[in-house]
Design a protein around this ligand. Structure first.
Ligand code: ZN
Length: 214
């Protein structure tokens, strides 16, 4: 009895410093992660999101609405009351939902910055990008025309938050979900063959994509 009690005390005493150490270490690990996910994106994303996504709020000039695919903050791939989600290609949406369900097991939630867009919405984004970048040539590195955009055909999604894009860059190919452009870590499309063969080589930016040469 005595021995057990004293052993317990000893255990208790020796455990405490470890417990405190663990808290400190945990805070040290979680702190930067929280900070990272709160700022939600790498600097390169922040730099371009104004041009690429400026139309994603309804305030812009009232020209486009949710019916054009504008999404409010925090919309997930399961929120198909929004045309921006509901009008996506069904196979892409299915793959995104499977991936989102598995990512949720890892504590990661996918929200969509953008999905399907009407031609009007895409044109507005392009006008804004031309204004921002000063030329159609430079804007083309970030925003496609309504005729060429994979968003207008419902074949592309832009994912928010670094933790979600990091998860997809690691696991996306298993679902056929691939990053297409090296300069757009958030832009994903369905490439079914990736499930067997892995994702195809990325284009440096959309201007290198043959689909954009129309
Ligand atoms: Zn995109």
């Amino acid at each position: 009895m005595r021995q057990t009690a004293s052993a317990r005390t000893r255990t208790h005493r020796t455990l405490r410093p470890y417990a405190i150490g663990l808290v400190v270490v945990t805070a040290a690990i979680i702190g930067p992660l929280v900070h990272q996910s709160a700022s939600s994106s790498a600097p390169s994303f922040g730099e371009v999101r104004r041009g690429h996504h400026a139309g994603a709020t309804t305030e812009v000039d009232g020209a486009v609405t949710e019916a054009d695919g504008v999404l409010p903050d925090g919309v997930t791939v399961f929120d198909d009351q929004y045309p921006g989600v509901a009008n996506l290609d069904p196979d892409l949406l299915h793959a995104m939902r499977e991936a989102a369900t598995d990512a949720a097991d890892d504590g990661i939630e996918f929200s969509l910055r953008s999905g399907w867009r009407s031609p009007e919405y895409q044109n507005q984004l392009l006008r804004e990008a031309v204004a921002e970048y000063g030329s159609e040539e430079e804007a083309a590195r970030w925003v496609a025309t309504a005729d060429t955009s994979a968003h207008v055909s419902g074949d592309a999604v832009d994912i928010e938050h670094f933790d979600a894009t990091a998860w997809l860059s690691e696991h996306g190919a298993e679902y056929g979900l691939c990053q297409i452009y090296r300069n757009e870590s958030w832009h994903y499309e369905l490439r079914q063959e990736a499930i067997d063969r892995g994702c195809p080589r990325m284009y440096a930016d959309p201007t290198h994509d043959p689909r954009m040469q129309q």
